[in-house]
Design a binder for this molecule. Structure first.
Ligand SMILES: *Cc1c(COP(=O)(O)O)cnc(C)c1O
Length: 220
């Protein structure tokens, strides 16, 4: 099994992660065979950016893994997303949260969600702006079929990974701040940040979910 490069990199990364850190394999554009290799090497969480792409892969693995939505959720895809995913990492508006809540209620499902924060305050990025985070968390926490389990951030895609540290620090500070409020419960435990080039820095800054694609599967 160690001869397969994907299985090798999965094993290496899994062995390098501290025990409290979970690996989400960011699987966009990969083939079913590539994803199956990763799963055989120990991947248990698979992240997809698009509902349709996850749907195509679901038949190959179904409930052998847990499925995380890590891309922006379009309103017209919310119903299918609710059926497919085990966690939605990208809730960034009350409107999309309410839609997810409504579809969850229809099928009697409780959806764990992360609130995506635009920690770099980039105008072209998704995620709630830091100054609106408390309000959104307060509102989403009222929805009966959603459970806010933590925060997620992308951070700017800089060339130098060290330049992301600031945004990870800001997200961790927002996370710690929310813990001091009555807006979240003791289920608020996840901090999803860091990708192939930045996940070691993200872990240093408090991430306990990292989303890695390229470093597992190779260049896209
Ligand atoms: C693609 C993607 C990743 C992983 O990116 P790599 O640089 O390939 O590791 C992580 N998070 C999100 C939201 C992504 O879209």
């Amino acid at each position: 099994m160690q001869n397969n490069p994907i299985q090798k990199s999965v094993a290496t990364i899994l062995a390098s992660l501290p025990p409290h850190v979970q690996l989400v394999a960011a699987a966009k554009t990969r083939t079913p065979e590539e994803l199956k290799c990763a799963v055989e090497a120990g991947v248990t969480l698979v992240g997809y950016n698009y509902v349709q792409e996850a749907e195509a892969m679901f038949s190959h693995l179904d409930h052998r893994v847990q499925w995380h939505l890590i891309g922006h959720l379009q309103h017209n895809k919310a119903k299918r997303a609710v059926q497919l995913f085990d966690m939605i990492e990208t809730i960034d508006s009350l409107r999309i949260a309410e839609r997810v809540d409504r579809y969850c209620a229809e099928i009697d499902k409780i959806m764990p969600v992360l609130i995506e924060i635009n920690s770099g305050k980039e105008s072209n990025k998704t995620g709630v702006l830091p100054e609106n985070l408390d309000d959104l968390v307060g509102e989403v926490s009222q929805l009966s079929h959603l459970r806010i389990r933590g925060l997620m951030t992308m951070g700017p895609r800089f060339g130098n990974p060290e330049d992301s540290r600031l945004y990870f620090k800001a997200t961790k500070a927002a996370f710690d701040h929310l813990l001091q409020t009555k807006l979240v419960t003791d289920e608020f435990t996840y901090l999803s940040m860091g990708m192939s080039n930045t996940y070691p820095i993200a872990i240093e800054e408090g991430a306990n979910i990292v989303r890695v694609g390229t470093k597992l599967f190779g260049e896209r």
